[in-house]
Every structure is written in C-alpha cells, then in structure tokens.
Design a protein around this ligand. Structure first.
Ligand SMILES: C[S@@+](CC[C@H](N)C(=O)[O-])C[C@H]1O[C@@H](n2cnc3c(N)ncnc32)[C@H](O)[C@@H]1O
Length: 206
C-alpha cells in the first residue's frame, strides 16, 4: 500500500510543476491565520504533514517560526520545496515518510494537514493516521486539518476522497479532541475550478 501511494504521488510531482497541481496556493492565508490564532511561540515545533511542495513553510519561516518539519511521502515534492527555499532549506527538517506509519520520537505542538487526511478512505488507514497523530502530538497540542467539505469534490488527483463537516470530523478524531474553530474556504485551482474546503482547528485535551 505504501509503495502504491508513493508511486502515485511521485508520478504527480514528476509530471507537474509545483504551480500546476490543483491544490497549489501561493499564499496559504487560511492556514496561516489559524496557525497564528493558536498563540504558539515561534520556537514551538510545527509539522506540515503531507506538505509536499507547499509554500506554507516559506511563509512560516518568514513569520519567524523556527522549528519546522515538512513530511511527505514524495521525495520529489520535498526536493522541489527545498530547492525553492535555497539556503533557508537548512532551517527546516525534511521527512520522507508515510504519515500512516510515522516512526521515530518526533513530537510536535502543532500538526498541520491540508488535503492529506481526506485521501484516507479506508477505516484502517484513518486509524493508522490517528495513531501516528496520537504518538507525535503534544498532550495539549493543536491540529489544523483541511479537507474537502460536503460541497467539495469527491475526488482529487484521480483518487477518491472523504468529505467532512465538523460532526463527522470530530466523530472520526474522537473525544480526545475539541473543535476550536472552523473556517470555510473556496479554493480556486490553477485551472480555475472552485473547491470547497473546511479548515478545522482542533486541540487535544490534556
Ligand atoms: C493534495 S496534496 C496537498 C499538499 C499540501 N498539503 C498543500 O496543501 O499544498 C497531498 C499531499 O499529501 C502527500 N501524501 C499523500 N498521502 C500521504 C501519506 N500517506 N503520507 C505522507 N504524505 C502523503 C502527497 O504526496 C501530497 O504532497
């Protein structure tokens, strides 16, 4: 399964430029506003799970966040982001891994995921993702997870997705998490299509 997933995303990032993929966003303002609303200090550890070649890391560095990890299953996506950042790439920890099988002793205060969790359409994969989250998030850590809403697409990048509203997301994440905020966003893809996203800000209750 891991190999199939990796092959899919590697093919996407090898065939398309970073600003050609449907999820491209130059200025991830909704994510940034939620990150700032957590009240985290600049030195708190943040991970962008399935960050790919996203520009979020560039903006977080520019705002002074200094303990940043970008995780992705695609080494090509990570290399694209690294090259873009140039010398600043050394300020970031880059992790090539499947989030559903995240190993090591990394511990983060904020877990950010835009458009990754919603690809997990099998219960066993969602369980594995949530096990990774439980192991690697601070006991009172923050989670920002962005998924397609019920008005959003049913598939992306040729893969089926699971859509979420607040009730469904909370039922999936479980009672250890409380919902602090929900922002809706209409993302316009580089091809001009509109996609309805929900951005959930959750906090684990210590
Ligand atoms: C739709 S893209 C979103 C990328 C990025 N979060 C953004 O907002 O631009 C999904 C990303 O998740 C990565 N991905 C998919 N499944 C993954 C998994 N199981 N573990 C880690 N990364 C994964 C893909 O390689 C891709 O970069």
């Amino acid at each position: 399964m891991h190999d199939e997933r990796k092959a899919h995303w590697e093919k996407v990032y090898r065939e398309k430029a970073e600003d050609e993929v449907s999820w491209f966003i130059a200025d991830p303002e909704t994510s940034l506003s939620l990150v700032e609303s957590t009240g985290l200090s600049p030195a708190d550890p943040i991970i962008d799970v399935g960050g790919g070649a996203s520009h979020l890391v560039d903006h977080l560095l520019a705002r002074g966040y200094s303990d940043l990890t970008v995780l992705d299953i695609s080494p090509t996506a990570l290399e694209t982001a690294r090259r873009r950042l140039g010398a600043d790439a050394d300020k970031v920890r880059w992790l090539e891994a499947d989030v559903c099988a995240l190993e090591g002793d990394g511990r983060w205060r904020l877990w950010h995921d835009r458009a990754v969790f919603h690809f997990l359409v099998k219960a066993e994969d969602r369980r594995a993702y949530l096990d990774s989250l439980a192991r690697h998030l601070d006991p009172d850590g923050h989670v920002i997870v962005a998924t397609f809403s019920f008005e959003g697409p049913r598939e992306c990048s040729g893969l089926p997705v699971e859509q979420y509203d607040a009730d469904k997301l909370l039922a999936t994440f479980g009672s250890a998490f409380e919902l602090l905020n929900l922002l809706e966003e209409i993302h316009v893809t580089p091809a001009g299509k509109e996609q309805a996203f929900n951005y959930f800000h959750l906090r684990r209750q210590a």
